[in-house]
Design a protein around this ligand. Structure first.
Ligand SMILES: [Zn+2]
Length: 323
């Protein structure tokens, strides 16, 4: 594993899939029944952290000097060059030794920037150590607000305490921000709320690589965080806005799942639109949440998208409550 540029995509993908399988098992063990009396004790957040502690970190070369690390919560995109490293997301803190080893295998350049795609802990839990290494943290202004407050996410049966001051972004923006680094032009764009109210996209223009954070879950049903501004309509809107900035040549890094392309992003969008339509029709007929879940409005997509953390019933509920 000392030569990341010789690693095959298949090998990296296998590592990613092993992590996903481990995670799915952890979630199954945890149970996702909302309102359980012992819910706090079995929060998926705790189980996902435990899965990350066990998981290996894989390195997948993308194009020119851009890589993706998989195995610690959300995918981590890495740009490296003479100016240093720029990371998109920081994963889960418990993975620090393995992430540092993986980064060292890519190059010995120091980490100078970290961009948080949104506030969720499986993307920002590593903020503190990455900042300690000297990185400036950039995020949407709402990410700073979320990381500065106590936040209850009922769907995860978990209350997040404010992030330590050193782990919060110090450079924020509202709609668009550009920076030059390692000979790249990096464009950050916010299209408003979708998965949360903190989402942004990161475009590396020269490499033609786009990191979408949890706007895109490649081949799996997504989480939609209604507690912090997410909704199915917002989720669809953000995918459509993102599609306007990619071509068939663009490599698209999702928040979860394997690295993808425009066709897969369109397939994800079409799934969201179809499930939304089915759930909305049933809800309009006056059906209860349980009745809508029993009607299996996701059935046509379950074989393809239903094998990860967010199972068909859970995804149906997320869509139902946000309509
Ligand atoms: Zn997320």
């Amino acid at each position: 594993m000392s030569q990341p540029n010789t690693m095959s995509r298949g090998r990296s993908r296998a590592g990613g899939l092993r992590f996903l399988a481990l995670l799915a098992l952890a979630i199954a063990v945890a149970g996702l029944a909302p309102g359980r009396a012992d819910a706090e004790a079995v929060s998926p957040v705790v189980k996902i952290n435990q899965a990350a502690a066990e998981a290996e970190i894989t390195v997948q070369p993308l194009r020119s000097n851009v890589y993706v690390l998989m195995g610690s919560g959300g995918n981590i995109t890495v740009l490296t060059g003479s100016d240093g490293k720029l990371l998109v997301d920081a994963g889960i803190a418990v993975s620090r030794p393995k992430i540092e080893a993986a980064l060292d295998r890519i190059s010995d350049a120091p980490i100078k920037y970290l961009i948080d795609t949104h506030w969720h802990w499986d993307h920002t839990d590593g903020n503190a150590w990455v900042h300690q290494k000297g990185a400036t943290i950039i995020a949407h202004e709402n990410t700073l607000k979320r990381l500065s407050a106590t936040t209850r996410v009922e769907d995860w049966s978990f209350t997040f305490q404010p992030w330590p001051v050193d782990a919060r972004p110090t450079v924020t923006f509202k709609t668009e921000k550009r920076l030059r680094f390692d000979g790249e032009t990096i464009v950050l764009r916010s299209y408003g709320p979708g998965h949360t109210d903190t989402d942004l996209t990161v475009t590396l223009e020269k490499a033609d690589v786009v990191a979408l954070g949890d706007i895109f879950w490649n081949g799996v049903y997504p989480f939609i965080d209604v507690a912090t501004g997410g909704s199915i309509d917002g989720a669809i809107r953000l995918v459509n806005r993102s599609l306007a900035h990619v071509t068939d040549h663009t490599i698209i890094v999702p928040g979860h799942g394997p690295v993808g392309d425009r066709a897969q992003l369109i397939e994800f969008r079409d799934m969201l639109v179809a499930v939304r339509r089915n759930v909305a029709r049933l809800k309009k007929q006056g059906k209860s949440l349980d009745e809508v879940i029993a009607a299996k409005p996701t059935a046509a997509f379950d074989a393809k998208f239903g094998g990860f953390v967010i199972d068909p019933a859970f995804f149906t509920r997320l869509v139902f409550v946000s309509l």
